[in-house]
Design a protein. Structure first.
Length: 285
């Protein structure tokens, strides 16, 4: 009887010890499953499908989940300035340089580029098809008072569009006749509106290639060097925000500009067409 009591007591003690070990291991497993970074990025990296291709490869290699908050570049920068992201990945170099100059990041790294294009109805009432002069094309659209739909959301694309109107010596904010529509929304809704209105719009090529609801729209103006579209990435400065996940965020930045990350970017295609061109090692990019 004494021996049986000892065995039962020993078994109970082992069970308690095992349960304790399981409980102790559970938080570690939970922490591992909860390893993630937040990336504030432009809508084009999301809408083009690039992140859908890249991020699973990064997570498989590192175990770090990437949670993307896709906004217009201006909004993404504001979010990072509030400390609500670990990494900023956008496409307006003047704003990126300012972000660094203000101390919100210490280094900006170039990642990749593509270009902007002007799309419009195949009927092309402004007569811009085939032009490689974006300023002249915008002047023709304005002269014809043909519908033009602007994102109007302080995104990188919107900033580029305003700069291009300036090269044409035009201020669309003063446009008369209602042909210029600033809708304050992302690229998808802008293209949908342009399709519904038989209107023109500026879009990044990546989003355009992944856009399904094209309706009457087609690429009409491309090839002007002023349509160049560069992307950069920055770790949000942990000296500004102590909660920034600096090690894991830097791992993501380093992977994007590594040979492996650059190849993953180059390999992303739709219907055999490459959407982004890696240039992390190009001086001044």
């Amino acid at each position: 009887m004494l021996r049986r009591s000892f065995v039962l007591g020993f078994a109970a003690a082992v069970a308690v010890a095992v349960a304790g070990l399981v409980q102790a291991a559970a938080p570690s497993a939970a922490l591992a499953a909860d390893r993630f970074i937040t990336v504030a990025s432009t809508t084009s990296t999301e809408d083009s499908g690039l992140f859908g291709s890249l991020l699973p490869k990064f997570t498989a290699k590192t175990g770090i989940e990437v949670r993307v908050v896709a906004k217009g570049t201006g909004q993404a920068i504001d979010l990072a300035k509030r400390g609500d992201a670990d990494v900023l990945f956008v496409h307006h170099k003047p704003s990126e340089d300012k972000f660094v100059a203000e101390g919100f990041a210490t280094v900006r790294k170039p990642v990749m580029y593509n270009d902007f294009v002007i799309v419009g109805p195949s009927s092309d009432p402004a007569g811009v098809k085939g032009s490689k002069d974006v300023a002249q094309s915008l002047s023709k659209i304005a002269g014809a008072k043909a519908p033009f739909v602007s994102r109007g959301d302080d995104s990188g694309t919107h900033k580029a569009e305003l700069s291009l109107w300036k090269t044409a010596n035009l201020d669309p904010a003063k446009a008369e006749g209602g042909w210029y529509r600033s809708i304050g929304q992302g690229m998808g809704p802008t293209l949908n509106t342009a399709a519904a209105m038989n209107g023109y719009a500026l879009t990044d090529r990546g989003t355009w290639l992944n856009f399904k609801n094209r309706g009457p729209l087609t690429v009409l103006v491309e090839g002007d060097k002023r349509l160049f579209n560069q992307y950069g990435v920055m770790l949000v400065n942990p000296a500004k925000f102590a909660h920034v996940k600096a090690a894991d965020g830097q791992t993501f930045v380093d992977w994007l500009v590594s040979a492996e990350g650059q190849k993953a970017i180059a390999d992303y295609q739709i219907n055999g067409e490459q959407l982004f061109f890696p240039n992390a090692n190009e001086p001044g990019a």
